[in-house]
Design a protein around this ligand. Structure first.
Ligand code: FUB
Ligand code: ZN
Length: 655
């Protein structure tokens, strides 16, 4: 008798031109460049590091591992979490093998696994700063040490490397690390009843559990989530013992407990605040563990925290983190555009969170935000040549302001070669090389197609899905779904929040499908081939912000499909703040193949006053302004700062 099985995803081959360009760029430029930088072999300048971390030209990240492995002499250099640059890079490389096998790179990564194994202590511990220069302080200053954060990043890389190459050693390093952490942390006598100041280990252990099926790892992830906020003085007591004047990262102890999300237990937190990347990594772990364990408190918490971020603290581009002070969230609706932070890692982390929320429940909003991040807030973190990066992603920038106002010096108007704290570049690389994992979510007998990224997907039960489109530039999306011998299943397609009218045809016939929480569903029976054609509303829209947000009141942002647009000095006469957009006139749109590697360009009708003379008085009585008809040319936000150094604005004054 034939056993019919539910669909389980096997492989997703990305065929989207947009994403293929980025994914090949990572293989050809980004990975070799970052490897050279981490080996101190690249001729780079990191003098403009907005974090002003007092670094020299070198990363030293690979050298730290060599020293820990006894293959080189010297001291550790860089942040205590410098190892994570290498691990994120390794994870990015691991995913790249699924679409671009590369023997030369594989030789490097296999050798890197060997090096990491050699650097690992016998008990599974691995954090090169402590191994090289402060063994007596292991696990003694967890607020700042990033030891579990660092090992968490390796665990993620090890899992990915094992999954894509079958390298058992890569996974063994990860399980030995997890065992070490399990031996040292927990509520049992003799263990440390503590947590790490930077969440990451939770989401990493959940991933490790999924590949090993080892319950202890899920329990440990659950422990770290439950323990957070149970003992708010834990870090202070450790610091007292370790020595108050011995900060591993200057002044980190001055931040409040909420900065580390350690002021209250997760179940009692209304919203999370503090450091933005910490928040979204924590939320990713909460959602993942909630799904795996069914913990109702965690389920409720991740929905609460999602709502708070998305409804009150997120920029129109998906960026998060309103202030450079502590790279943090501030308060609801505080979304300044020119002093903001919007760290690339925070948008990458928000993508992780959205992916996990899609696993928790089939709600289109999660796919909407994931899409917003993928096409805007994350991609802006890298230049089109793959060798320059943004840490801070502003929505308004002016080189004169960045140079002249210390409060804006963290806002760069061109991307940097590298950073003293280089968390973002490889984080973005691993997101791009794994974007195939962000297209579908399978839940029981339902396959959710939530991202419009052309691909060929195959499932273990013989089901295949071909998705073709020219997204994000065109809104016609086509699916061919064959189900030769699998069980009947439900195929859910996200209807994006921005598409106000969507035509759907099933097998060539117009279909009136109910929108259920942002998805429409088509049943796919055994032995059938089903075609679905979607026509999304790609009209260019003027967006406004909730008017509780003071910064954007009276202004509009331009969006077409998922792409948020920006005006740049390169295309428009400055100052950009003088333009007043006429929102009653429909913007023009065309695709320019030659510009910025091929982008959609929008032109909006505007008016602007004549620029006052430098010798005019600073203040004069207000009179009706004479406005001159004008136009503003806009390019996708993600592609800004790839030409000359100049002003940029997303939010534009409205007539
Ligand atoms: O603390 C480790 C990483 O460095 C964080 O995730 C980033 O925000 C940067 O501060
Ligand atoms: Zn970062």
């Amino acid at each position: 008798m034939k056993v019919l099985t539910s669909p389980k995803l096997n492989k997703v081959e990305v065929t989207s031109d947009f994403w293929k360009r980025y994914r090949e760029l990572v293989v050809k430029e980004v990975l070799p460049y970052q490897w050279a930088v981490m080996n101190d072999e690249a001729d780079i300048s990191i003098a403009e590091d907005p974090q002003n971390n007092g670094q020299d030209k070198n990363s030293h990240a690979v050298a730290n591992l060599k020293i820990a492995a006894g293959k080189m002499e010297g001291h550790h250099y860089g942040f205590p979490f410098q190892d994570t640059d290498v691990y994120k890079w390794l994870e990015a490389a691991a995913y790249s093998f699924t679409y671009h096998p590369n023997e030369d790179l594989k030789k490097i990564t296999d050798e890197l696994i060997d090096l990491i194994a050699d650097a690992q202590d016998d008990d599974g511990y691995l954090s090169t700063y402590f191994q090289i220069d402060a063994p007596e302080r292991k696990f003694k200053r967890l607020q700042q040490s990033h030891e579990l954060y660092t090992m968490g990043h390796y665990i993620e890389a090890g899992v990915a490397y094992f999954q894509t190459t079958g390298n058992q050693k890569a996974l063994d390093i990860a399980t030995r690390m997890a065992d070490c952490i399990d031996d040292n942390f927990g509520l049992e006598d003799g263990k440390i009843a503590g947590i790490d100041g930077h969440p990451e280990i939770e989401l990493a252990l959940a991933r490790l559990y999924e590949v090993t099926d080892e319950q202890r790892y899920l329990d440990l992830a659950h422990y770290f989530l439950n323990q957070r906020g149970q003992d708010p003085d834990f870090f202070d007591r450790q610091i007292e013992k370790d020595g108050v004047d011995r900060d591993l990262i200057a002044n980190m102890q001055d931040f409040p407990k909420s900065y580390y999300q350690n002021d209250k237990p997760i179940k009692d937190q209304e919203a999370l605040t503090g450091h933005a990347v910490r928040v979204v990594y924590l939320c990713t772990g909460i959602a993942h563990v909630a799904r795996l364990t069914g913990d109702q408190d965690l389920l409720a918490a991740c929905k609460r925290f999602w709502n708070d971020i998305v409804k009150r603290r997120m920029y129109v581009t998906g960026n998060i983190g309103s202030t450079t002070t502590g790279e943090s969230f501030t308060y609801d609706y505080d979304l300044p555009n020119d002093t903001m932070y919007g760290e690339t890692c925070a948008s990458v982390g928000m993508s992780f969170f959205a992916k996990q929320m899609l696993g928790v429940e089939a709600k289109g909003e999660y796919g909407d935000v994931l899409e917003k991040e993928l096409f805007n807030g994350t991609l802006s973190g890298m230049s089109l040549d793959g060798k320059h990066f943004y840490y801070v992603n502003p929505l308004e920038a002016d080189p004169v302001a960045s140079k002249g106002n210390p409060g804006k010096s963290h806002v760069l108007t061109h991307r940097a070669d590298w950073f003293g704290c280089a968390c973002c570049p490889a984080n973005l690389a691993r997101l791009i090389t794994s974007v195939d994992r962000y297209i579908y979510t399978v839940k029981g007998d339902t396959v959710l197609s939530h991202q419009f990224i052309s691909n060929n997907a195959s499932f273990e039960n013989g089901v295949s899905v071909e998705q073709t489109n020219n997204f994000p530039w065109a809104g016609d999306i086509h699916y061919t779904i064959s189900n030769p011998e699998g069980a009947e299943f439900s195929f859910g397609i996200r209807i994006p929040g921005w598409s106000k009218s969507t035509d759907i045809k099933v097998n060539g016939q117009a279909a009136d499908l109910a929108n259920d929480n942002g998805f429409v569903y088509v049943q796919v029976a055994e032995g059938t081939t089903t075609t679905i054609d979607l026509d999304l509303d790609m009209s260019t829209k003027f967006m406004r912000s909730n008017n509780r947000n003071e910064e954007d009141y009276g202004q509009v942002a331009v969006q077409r499909g998922p792409i948020v647009y920006a005006a740049e000095q390169e295309d428009n006469e400055i100052p950009l703040w003088l333009y007043k957009v006429n929102t009653k006139e429909q913007p023009e749109y065309h695709f320019d193949e030659q510009l910025l590697d091929g982008v959609g360009v929008v032109s909006v009708v505007a008016e602007k006053p004549v620029l006052d003379d430098e010798n005019d008085d600073l203040y004069v009585e207000d009179k009706e302004e004479k406005l001159i008809p004008s136009k503003l040319t806009l390019i996708p936000y993600y592609s800004w700062a790839n030409r000359s150094d100049g002003q940029m604005r997303v939010w534009l004054n409205k007539q």
